[in-house]
Structure formats: C-alpha cells, structure tokens
Design a protein. Sequence first.
Length: 228
Amino acid sequence: MNSKALKAENIKKVFVGDNEKVEALKGVNFSLEKGEMVAIMGPSGSGKSTLLHILGTIDTPTEGKVYINGKDVFSLSEKQLARLRNKEIGFVFQFHHLLPEFTALENVALAYLLYKNNKKEAFKKAEEILTKLGLKDRLNHKPSQLSGGQQQRVAIARAIINRPSIIIADEPTGNLDSENSKKVMEILKELNEKDNVSIVIATHDIDVAKYCQYIYYMKDGLIFSKNP
Ligand SMILES: Nc1ncnc2c1ncn2[C@@H]1O[C@H](COP(=O)(O)OP(=O)(O)OP(=O)(O)O)[C@@H](O)[C@H]1O
Ligand SMILES: [Mg+2]
C-alpha cells in the first residue's frame, strides 16, 4: 500500500489552564509523503511544536486523527503505539534532551535498548553511528563536555539508531551557529536522499528551510500554504 509517511486530519488542540483555554491548533490538515523533506515555518506561538508533538504521538490531539505509515495511531493500544513510535520515528529537538548523567555512547545506545533488548548490539551500533557523525573521539564524554553542535549530532545519532522511516525535528539548529547548523542539515539531507527517510522540520531559519522540498507556514494554529 502506498500510504503517506504522516497524515494529520483536522487536528485541534486545546490547552486548558486554570483560568484560560489556549486553542493551539484549530483544525490542521497535513501530510508528509514517503521520502519527502519539508519545513514548517511561522511565528512563535503559531503551533509548530504542538503539531510536531502530536504527529510524533508524544501528545494527543483534542480532536482529529493521525496516521503513521497508514496506521490510525490513536486507535492502537499504549504498547502498540510505543513500539510504533520507537521503531518508526526519530525525534530531534532544539535542546536535544540528552540525559546529562550518561555519555554520548550511552545516550545513543539507550534509544536502541528501548526498542530491542540487546546490550552488545546497542553499543556496537551506537559507536558506529557516532563515528559516522564524526564523534569517534567523543564517545565517552557527557553532554556537558560537548559543544552545542556535538550534542546535536549525538541527538541525531540517538534519533536514527533504530532506523526510523520518519524524522521529526523541532528547531534542530535553533541553538547552533551557522557552521554547525549546516553540518546538522547536511546530515538530515543525506538521510533523506540516501536512506529515503521522510523528514519534517519546524524552523525559524530560512536557510534551514531551503534544504527542504516544501515549506509550509503556520499562523494562529492553522497551516496555510505550501511553496514548491
Ligand atoms: N503545555 C501547554 N500548556 C498550555 N499552553 C501551551 C502548551 N504548549 C503550548 N501552549 C500554547 O500553544 C500555543 C502554540 O505553542 P507552540 O509551542 O506549538 O508554538 P511554536 O509555533 O512551536 O512556537 P515557537 O516558534 O516559539 O517554538 C502557544 O500559545 C503556547 O503558549
Ligand atoms: Mg516550538
């Protein structure tokens, strides 16, 4: 079946606080074809991160449906969903969310262990991927001992160790200088072109968006266009 990598139908998200309600998403339709690499731009607060979290099933919508590789994800059991998420999706965040107590190697290996309980294989693969991303001499450093660009490459290694078919990246270069941004984008582009990984990236940076085939814009909780 030629299903899309990601599809979201009429996604609404309301955050309910003590004395206010925020309508973060007001009926978003979005799809990512297999092998596509797209950017989502738009002002701060427009709903980009909220949408990416829901697409990646780490948050649930108030209304609407999400399909990953054709599967209606919120109809799955918790266990099935966790498995699908660990297998199919790699997340990269602005502040990378590496575990501070663990080394680069351990941070990456842990992601594999969540998916498959084989320690030896996990460490072997983690080392291979970190080496490929130019971090061979940083395997046993903790995140605080690494530069921002190095930390972000560790986060990418962690995101791809399970060979996901989809990468969801929320401002993956938001924290980096232009040289490191370029490195990160070249790694993502190569995953897209060589391994056919489908990628969606939220960014404020037009130079990042230029690596993508399409740019969507969000405003006030809606997606409103697509530029070829
Ligand atoms: N957990 C939450 N509780 C309440 N409101 C939230 C929550 N998360 C996000 N919001 C609100 O939802 C709206 C959309 O936020 P979101 O983080 O998706 O924006 P964004 O486009 O990613 O912005 P930025 O470019 O600054 O990262 C904002 O008004 C935000 O304050
Ligand atoms: Mg955001």
